[in-house]
Write a protein that binds this ligand. Sequence first.
Ligand SMILES: Nc1ncnc2c1ncn2[C@@H]1O[C@H](COP(=O)(O)OP(=O)(O)OP(=O)(O)O)[C@@H](O)[C@H]1O
Ligand SMILES: [Mg+2]
Length: 353
Amino acid sequence: MHIMSIEYLRSLIQGFLDPQTGAQPFVAPYLAHLTLEKGKLTYIFDVPTPALQAVNQAKNALDAFLMTQPGVKAISGIITHKKIATPEKQVPAKLPMPPIRAYVAVASGKGGVGKSTTTLNLAVALSQTGLKVGILDADIYGPSLPKLLGTFEKPDLTDDKKMIPITWHGLSCMSIGFLVPQDMAMVWRGPMVQGALHQMLKDVAWESLDVLLIDMPPGTGDAHLTIAQSLPMTGAVIVSTPQDLALIDARRAMTMFEKLNVPLLGLIENMSTFVCPSCQTEHAIFGEHGARNEAEAQGVPFLGALPLNIELRQASDAGHPLTLDRNHPIATAYQKIAQQLNNLIFSSPQGTE
Ligand SMILES: Nc1ncnc2c1ncn2[C@@H]1O[C@H](COP(=O)(O)OP(=O)(O)OP(=O)(O)O)[C@@H](O)[C@H]1O
Ligand SMILES: [Mg+2]
């Protein structure tokens, strides 16, 4: 009987195609050990994470194939999980920033769920607790801060040509919408987004702040990466309606922030219920408690819920966030969230300097 040479077996293994997928999973670099002794073939594959599933899936087929080879009577094959020495955690160059104690992104994944409305009302509520608060509108394609503030004034420049944030009801505000017409912003592309964001961070004379709230654009794209990589982020607040579709996107946003090592500070349910102004009946238009349940499922703090409220929308459109009316029930809801956020940011280790 012809006994196979070990080198021939090696080439058979390495050239083996998974009959299910047609892939060639047992490539040379993973083969850590191969012997054939008294008819017993022993192999060890040490496989890095990305290839592990494909290798495990094809193992039975490989073994069956090898058993058909002359001289192979038994097989002892082991697949081990290669622990890749993680390269020194990449620390991208953070931008030199002024003394800002906490950077908090307000994001959602899905568009139109109320990120910008939440950012502004929370900023007002946080400043009502005595904190010095700023807002950075990171929505380069569709900045909404100027409209929400009801001002399109251009920032003044300092002597060294830095832009001075617009001061509005004590908040320091910066948006690309103060600098370029809205339709121009719409055509910007990836690298320009990064450039524009960097400019709004390093070419702006930000004063010392307790919190900079960053109103994120919808989606999970360039702006998110740029913000997470350029700033020492304290965390992200996720806004979602209770609707499944919004929650799916919220989940995507949460996963992205986790991957970027940005802590999740909590979830806010917006457009939670609608109280009919004429009959006072409460309607759960987008379903009930979706975001609250999601927060629980993800182990993320639930920060609170805001109803779908026509006054809130009208006031926003008029450049007057309702939270400015301190005693309005909507203001109270934002103030409660702001209080929780304040505790989360400044009582947790990442918030203390
Ligand atoms: N709780 C609410 N009740 C009523 N209207 C609301 C509520 N929250 C937000 N809105 C309104 O919904 C619209 C969208 O809100 P907003 O612009 O804040 O969403 P967004 O998530 O920032 O959108 P985009 O993804 O486009 O940035 C606005 O007209 C706003 O006034
Ligand atoms: Mg927005």
